[in-house]
Write a protein that binds this ligand. Structure first.
Ligand code: NAG
Ligand code: NAG
Ligand code: NAG
Length: 384
């Protein structure tokens, strides 16, 4: 007997549905009790401020109403991530006073690199808290927190339980400063490119080490289009022919994309070598580039000009940065907010994004459309 064609198709379809694993939507959303973050100023919630002095006003003013250890006018992507799980903002690991680590810790500091630099903070502004140091801090924290919890009392209300370490989300956002570090030492693009494998190796080693310490769920941001940021465009000018249609410096963005494709490959390898890990690679590069190249689509009128700064084509001057003091007519003045509406600006201070831009970035990555495995943030505990 010959089945009608439509019935045959129907039968084939149902076989496929029954035979395939349940769709991602059938899995339970993840309930991360904590977040441990590693990174640079893109996710620093007070680390550098705790050791080198508070990020000055007007940082923090849009959301916190005062400086809050963040290099932005308000919240960072990591703040929106924490809030989306109903967790309080992450305390900086280095912030010794008033911190609560029950729901995680933030090891990021502004100016951090993957590779330890051979320059000092005062020379070039790169933090000594490089990724290897951040891992050491995490390693120490994991053990010390349990010893302290055993003492009972307030320690039990300030430090995570042992089981939290295997249930937590581990987030990474680092690499941008490794790329600029070479350029600011006058290296050529080919010289910078030549050390990318070293960055990738050290990055990969750290993810493995976190896994060996019990970390299972990884949410990893790639690096942004650094060639679209005023501090790079102003300080490392390129030829007109190297400026792309959006107005960004192509060579720096090409290097960032090389680094990113390397990160993608490294994570593919790690998925094979770390059988219990769920790893999500998040392409924040594309999103940040979109905000800058199509600002209107995302509600911005100013893709480049810093909201807080002074002078130059981009309202950015290395020697008169946001929050610094300058002398005008013999009087000390603060380089404060010079834009009327931070909500209309993508860039806060020539280096960092505004809260409005960070919110856009979070809103677009949370659903998984920028994840290589299409994993939404809420599903980051599942292998996709
Ligand atoms: C710092 O110097 C050491 C020893 O020469 C070298 O191995 C390392 O790659 C250097 N780091 C950077 C970031 O250049
Ligand atoms: C620390 O935060 C947790 C929530 O994450 C809360 O339950 C606890 O009471 C806080 N500890 C203190 C001492 O406030
Ligand atoms: C890089 O080049 C500039 C301009 O020639 C120079 O002023 C600066 O000292 C150089 N920096 C280093 C680290 O060599």
């Amino acid at each position: 007997m010959e089945l009608p064609l439509s019935l045959t198709i129907l039968l084939l379809c149902s076989t496929i549905v029954i035979g395939s694993p349940p769709p991602a939507s059938a899995l339970a959303p993840c309930d991360f009790p904590a977040i441990f973050n590693f990174g640079d100023s893109n996710s620093d919630t007070g680390g550098l401020s705790a050791v080198y002095g508070q990020a000055p006003p007007p940082s923090g003013e849009t959301f916190f109403g005062h400086p809050a250890g963040r290099y932005s006018d308000g919240r960072l992507v990591i703040d929106f991530i924490a809030a989306s799980f109903g967790l309080p903002f992450l305390s900086a690991y280095l912030d010794a006073v008033g911190s609560n680590f029950t729901h995680g810790a933030n090891f990021a500091t502004a100016g951090s690199t993957i590779r330890p630099q051979n320059t000092t903070f005062w020379q070039y502004g790169y933090s000594p808290i490089s990724l290897d140091v951040q891992f050491n801090e995490f390693y120490h924290f994991r053990r010390r927190s349990q010893v302290a919890r055993d003492r009972g009392g307030v320690y039990r209300q300030l430090l995570p339980e042992e089981e939290v370490f295997s249930k937590a989300l581990y987030t990474f956002d680092i690499g941008q400063n490794d790329l600029t570090a070479g350029y600011f030492l006058n290296m050529s693009t080919s010289q910078v490119r030549a050390y990318i494998p070293d960055l990738l190796r050290q990055f990969s080693d750290t993810v493995k080490e976190v896994y060996n310490e019990g970390g299972r769920y990884f949410w990893i941001h790639n690096t942004g289009p650094v060639g679209c940021l005023p501090y790079v465009m102003d300080r490392l000018p390129v030829m007109q022919s190297q400026i792309d249609r959006a107005g960004c410096s192509s060579p720096y963005n090409e290097v960032a994309r090389d680094f990113n494709s390397g990160v993608g490959k490294v994570l593919e390898q790690l998925r094979k070598h770390l059988p219990l890990a769920a790893i999500t690679y998040v392409d924040v590069y594309s999103l940040k580039y979109a905000l800058i190249s199509e600002p209107k689509k995302y509600g911005f009128t100013q893709p480049f000009r810093a909201c807080c700064g002074h002078g130059g084509k981009y309202n950015y001057n290395k020697n008169h940065g946001c929050g610094s003091k300058a002398f005008k007519d013999g009087k000390e003045v603060l380089i404060g907010k010079s834009c009327e509406d931070p909500l209309a600006h993508v860039n806060w201070d020539g280096i960092h994004f505004t809260e409005a831009a960070n919110k856009q970035i979070f809103d677009h990555i949370v659903g998984g459309s920028f994840s290589d495995n299409k994993n939404p943030l809420r599903m980051a505990c599942h292998k996709a």
